[in-house]
Design a protein. Structure first.
Length: 551
């Protein structure tokens, strides 16, 4: 799944702003573990029939060097798409992509920042990577912005905080430096209600700022160096079908060392400016009379693919409706330094689980009443692009999609036998009670969101379905003990989205097999029910299927 700050940047440029609150508040289910023996015969066959060999084979192949890190719209990514399609074809699935194919083509524009990019102010020259990194706009080869450098502290204008960082300064025509985060002594809830870069950026752009340079970037869990590592990789976006530059702010992240260089070039002290800003003192100043932000990009246009296959339903009427399984197969490809990003846990493992479900469903003596679509999407790591594209150009009528089960995670299923199942989105639709029953009947416990601060519900492919009015769940599995949370947090600050995300010798494959089994039973119940799942009336996502899709 994409790391949250990347989505934050998308929110700042208007791609995902004003999202409804989606925190998961479901209480833990009672610890009644009747076991899979309580399931009806067909469901038990599906639960027990999940193949560990299939799980291992899919993850091993997709994370191998042969697939070159499965970058979006790269030769390795397309090789992976074709391999998945061939595997699904072998199970007897029918193609559900474009023109009788398993593949749905998507045009992308990619861009990589070039080392010739720089920021200059007087004698100071800031270097790409160590001093700054731009949020890449794939619509242009170069950007040159010149103007005075203006520091506006945290960009706060709030009577509640008794603070006006814009007093006496004018951002028009300026290159503005803005502090991210908050003063250390400030109450987090009060700051969130009245301040933050989400509020400051629109004010600056509406006030005529030419560019926004954000300093004080990063946290102990996600440092500036981590963010810079993301944004110096190739980034992609959907091809708008035109060579006209896309509108949007120029956003640049500064390391504190880079900011210090700008201040020093003008005989000023960045640390002192930040101290004043943190203390609530008047700190907004013109740092330098002139600076130039010169950004250079290498761009490419390419085609990537979603993979879609369908198991046709057995009921002559309900077969026109479908349950969807989603998992993204893309990772970050191979870097300019030759390092491979295998993406084993995130998310070859998710693709393996929906593939194992496809295999076991295709072998059932009686097919499900509704059709079942298996959808492996691309472009998730760059902004859910593959899922968004499918929702806007569906290969099955959205009004006839019963619901979506999404498998995307960080490998917590491999920490041991799964006994806890987390279902993001369970509080929004009748899929929540359905999941609770399935969890209990398979010997598991439905657990609450272990990471509510991460807002995971809006960060994976099911969210594109949710916005299109389709009830959806994202599933995660974990062992019964609580030690897995610390292991997961350590993984997030280490191998996550890095070359270290590979198959580990200590993976316990019973966990993915269990979660895939739960997913299979859940999908069968959706497919065999007399009616489709419904939104709860008070859910902020409650709208007709297809109402939120846009071309």
């Amino acid at each position: 799944m994409p790391r949250l700050p990347i989505l934050l940047v998308l929110a700042l440029i208007g791609c995902s702003s004003a999202q409804p609150s989606a925190s998961t508040t479901s209480a833990p289910a009672p610890a009644t573990t009747s076991g899979a023996s309580a399931l009806p015969a067909a469901e038990r066959a599906a639960f027990d029939g999940i193949s560990e060999q299939t799980l291992r084979s899919v993850v091993s192949t997709l994370s191998s060097r042969q697939m070159e890190g499965r970058g979006t719209a790269t030769p390795g990514g397309e090789r992976a798409a074709r391999w998945i399609a061939d595997r699904w074809r072998g199970f007897g699935l029918a193609p559900a992509g474009d023109s009788g194919s398993f593949l749905q083509g998507i045009r992308f524009v990619g861009a990589t920042a070039r080392q010739s990019s720089q920021i200059r102010a007087g004698a100071a020259q800031l270097a790409l990577g160590s001093d700054f990194v731009p949020y890449i706009n794939p619509s242009t080869d170069s950007l040159d912005i010149t103007g005075p450098v203006l520091f506006v502290s945290y960009g706060v204008k709030s009577p509640a905080l008794k603070r006006d960082d814009f007093a006496g300064v004018d951002p028009r025509g300026k290159i503005v430096v803005l502090l991210a985060g908050k003063p250390e002594a400030m109450d987090s809830a009060l700051w969130a209600q009245n301040a933050g870069v989400q509020r400051a950026i629109p004010v600056l752009l509406g006030g005529g700022a030419k560019a926004v340079l954000m300093a004080n970037v990063g946290t102990p869990l996600q440092t500036y160096e981590t963010i810079a590592g993301y944004l110096t990789r190739r980034r992609v976006t959907l091809d708008p079908g035109t060579t006209a530059p896309q509108s949007g702010p120029v956003l640049v992240f500064l390391s504190n060392e880079g900011a210090s260089k700008l201040w020093q070039a003008a005989g000023k002290d960045f640390a002192e400016s930040k101290r004043k800003a943190d203390a609530g003192e008047s700190a907004s100043i013109e740092v330098a009379p002139s600076a130039t932000v010169a950004l250079r990009f290498t761009r490419d246009r390419s085609v990537g693919s979603n993979v879609a296959g369908v198991l046709r339903g057995s009921d002559p009427v309900l077969a026109e409706q479908a349950v969807v399984y989603t998992a993204h197969y893309d990772a970050f490809g191979t870097g300019a330094d030759g390092r491979l990003y295998p993406g084993a846990a995130d998310n070859a493992l998710g693709v393996a689980m929906i593939t194992a479900v496809a295999e076991v469903m295709s072998k059932l003596p009686q097919r499900p009443r509704r059709s079942v679509i298996f959808l492996a999407v691309t472009g998730e790591e760059h902004g859910l692009f593959g899922a968004e594209y499918w929702a806007a150009h569906p290969t099955w009528p959205l009004a006839k999609i019963a619901g979506d089960i999404n498998l995307d995670g960080i490998g917590t299923e491999t920490y041991g036998p799964v006994e806890h199942v987390i279902g993001w989105g369970a509080e929004h639709s009748t899929l929540g009670p359905l999941l609770r029953r399935v969890a209990e009947e398979t010997g598991n416990e439905l657990a609450p969101d272990p990471f509510p601060e991460e807002n995971i519900f809006v960060r994976s492919d099911h969210y594109a379905m949710v916005k299109a009015g389709i009830p959806a769940l994202m599933l995660l599995g974990a062992p019964a003990d609580t030690a897995w949370r610390q292991r997961a947090k350590a993984w997030l600050s280490g191998p996550y989205h890095q070359p270290g995300d590979s198959i580990r010798t200590d993976w316990d494959w019973r966990g993915p097999r269990e979660l895939a089994g739960v997913s299979a039973v859940l999908g069968l119940r959706m497919a065999n029910a007399d009616s489709m799942p419904t939104w709860f009336p008070l859910s902020p996502f409650n709208k007709p299927r297809g109402a939120g899709a846009t071309p």
